[in-house]
Design a protein. Structure first.
Length: 490
């Protein structure tokens, strides 16, 4: 016992010495000893903060912070190195646990978290702070339930929080966009805005009315309301700008010719950058159409280049695997060479088929993409009546081209994906996208004579946007049917 006590005393004396040694060693190697000691915990903390773990896993995050602060305090005071290391490890473990809990929260409470994100987009805390705090409190209880493996309690709390977030979002839309816009409209009616930019002011007024009607009809479908309110606010400000611009033109007594020439300048600059000869003798539309076409060609080129990079990376991986095993498998070299040659030949055939499919469609009809072996035909030209899944005769020719694409891939599998924009409820969009995908499937089965087992129809609703839902063009691109061709393996 006496010997053990002596050893313990010596160890207690040596531990501060070890800390000093760690510091001196760090200096000699150019490394900060504290940085090295806290490295894992610092990385875990950074990850946890990036995913906002303090919100979605508050208990684990708080435990991690407490251990981290304890370790830092121990380091500053030169305390027992073992204890410091233990606290650092504890901090790292709990930061990682908080990050993982956050990932689970995003899966289990996704509707609530989406509602929170939407409320933040309209700056809800600034407009309705008390209501926002109430919603945050419900979310906090939900995530604490989840940390304690109480999924039912978490779901119940999350539903309350979701309703609270949607409520505060609507109130913030009213306060942040509609109230301000109404005031601008009323002010515009009393000033020159009503005379100088009446159509734009009227458009703002109409959008406000549409927003208010939607708030009454479906107060929990906020995507469309939010966008209409923003658009109304923009048009009111646009009307003010146009009024100032018109006054400026009037004050300078600029002729209509000068005004038109000035309006051509932005397109001229864009055309110059794209090396397009801009000629406005037939107006701006031909120049604009050529610019848009050139942009589309560039987008297609970028997509093709990305696929080329992926193909080359596949060949590099094949070569790397071959080289790494060359010494031990010299006898297999010929087989490997044939395999690589076959891969290159296969990729060449894939590119040729892809290019033939790409040429079937013009830019208004579809965008053709390739990801690995799969070919995606993004049918922008296929539209449906609002809220319906009926294929109109005007689109039969486009779907005939799709059938021509299938012929390039005999025996292929087909997935038909339906997608919508964010307007409407999640449930309604899910049903509509599924019905539209199924409608296209039935048409192609009847027209192309394919086996039902070859074709799968899936609706994704609004869950997979490829563009912003906050612009008209973005929503148009999100409302789409994607035809995914899965070639048969050679």
């Amino acid at each position: 016992m006496k010997q053990k006590g002596i050893i313990h005393s010596v160890a207690s004396i040596l531990r501060p010495v070890l800390l000093i040694f760690l510091f001196v060693s760090g200096v000699s190697t150019g490394q900060d000893p504290k940085t090295e000691l806290f490295k894992d915990a610092d990385q875990a903390m950074k990850r946890a903060r990036e995913v906002e773990a303090h919100i979605f896993s508050p208990d684990a995050f708080a435990t991690a912070e407490k251990s981290y602060e304890k370790a830092q305090d121990g380091f500053r005071r030169g305390r027992n190195l073992e204890d410091i290391e233990r606290d650092v490890r504890m901090a790292a473990v709990y930061f990682l646990r908080a990050a993982e809990n956050t990932r689970l929260a995003h899966e289990e409470l996704k509707n609530c978290i989406r509602a929170r994100t939407d409320a933040m987009k309209v700056d809800a805390p600034a407009f309705r702070l008390d209501a926002w705090k109430n919603a945050e409190s419900e979310l906090n209880r939900a995530v604490r339930n989840l940390e304690q493996n109480d999924r039912n309690g978490a779901q119940n709390r999350a539903r309350r929080a979701e309703r609270a977030y949607r409520e505060v979002e609507l109130e913030s839309i009213k306060a942040g966009f509609l109230d301000e816009t109404r005031a601008m409209i009323e002010e515009g009616k009393k000033t020159d805005v009503r005379k100088k930019a009446p159509a734009t002011l009227a458009k703002s007024e109409e959008l406000v009315a549409q927003s208010e009607n939607l708030l009454i009809e479906n107060r929990y479908d906020t995507d469309q309301v939010r966008e209409l309110a923003r658009q109304a606010n923009y048009e009111a400000k646009h009307a003010v700008f146009l009024t100032l611009k018109i006054k400026e033109i009037e004050d300078t007594k600029a002729s209509l010719e000068q005004v038109l020439l000035e309006s051509e300048e932005p397109l001229q600059k864009i055309a110059d950058r794209l090396d397009i000869p801009a000629r406005f003798n037939q107006g701006v539309k031909p120049v604009l159409d050529e610019i848009l076409h050139r942009v589309w060609v560039q987008q297609q080129t970028i997509a093709a280049l990305k696929q080329d990079v992926a193909d080359r990376e596949a060949r590099i991986a094949a070569l790397s695997a071959e080289i790494s095993g060359m010494q031990s498998r010299l006898g297999e070299l010929k087989d490997k060479e044939e395999t690589l040659s076959g891969l290159i030949a296969q990729q060449r055939l894939q590119r040729e088929k892809y290019e033939r499919v790409e040429k079937l469609f013009n830019e208004d009809e579809a965008q053709v993409l390739r990801t690995g072996d799969q070919v995606i035909i993004r049918l922008y030209g296929l539209s449906f009546p609002v809220g319906r899944a009926i294929i109109e005769p005007a689109h039969y020719a486009l779907l005939s081209k799709v059938q021509d694409a299938f012929r390039e891939y005999p025996g292929c599998g087909i997935t038909i994906e339906g997608h919508t924009d964010s307007y409407g409820t999640d449930e309604a969009n899910q049903i509509l996208s599924t019905e539209r995908a199924e409608s296209v499937k039935q048409y192609l089965l009847a027209a192309a004579g394919m086996e039902p087992s070859q074709v799968l129809a899936i609706g994704y609703g609004e869950s997979r946007p490829i563009a912003s839902n906050e612009t008209h063009e973005g929503r148009r691109r999100n409302r789409r049917i994607d035809i995914v061709i899965h070639p048969r393996s050679p």
